[in-house]
Design a protein around this ligand. Sequence first.
Ligand code: DGP
Length: 115
Amino acid sequence: MAEETIFSKILRKEIPADIVYEDDRVTAFRDINPKAPTHILIIPNYNIPTANDATEKDEAVLGHLVVVAGKIAKQEGIDEKGYRLIINCNRDGGQEVYHLHMHLLGGRPLGRMIV
Ligand code: DGP
């Protein structure tokens, strides 16, 4: 079984988070250290540590992350202007929390890439 992270505690509501969306498969909450006016993390409700650990059984939930990202972007009023979705993997990818998550960033022009 994957190791616990701070995100497991957020899922169990043991520590506070500004949750903007939740259903039976995924949960979304505002990043504690926002890099843009809208910076939301969307996570599966169970721990897949990194993109390397994703398997065929995770395909539905991983696809759902993107569908939910679109819904939240609309909710945040950034869908028309646009936004960026990022999944970091391991050290070179800048991953800090080993519970796979998708960053939804928007609310300002982000440039062509974040480096
Ligand atoms: P990453 O580098 O892709 O692993 O991003 C992890 C993000 O998680 C980082 O932008 C900060 C955010 N984060 C870390 N701890 C917490 C927390 O306790 N609460 C919230 N809301 N966000 C957190």
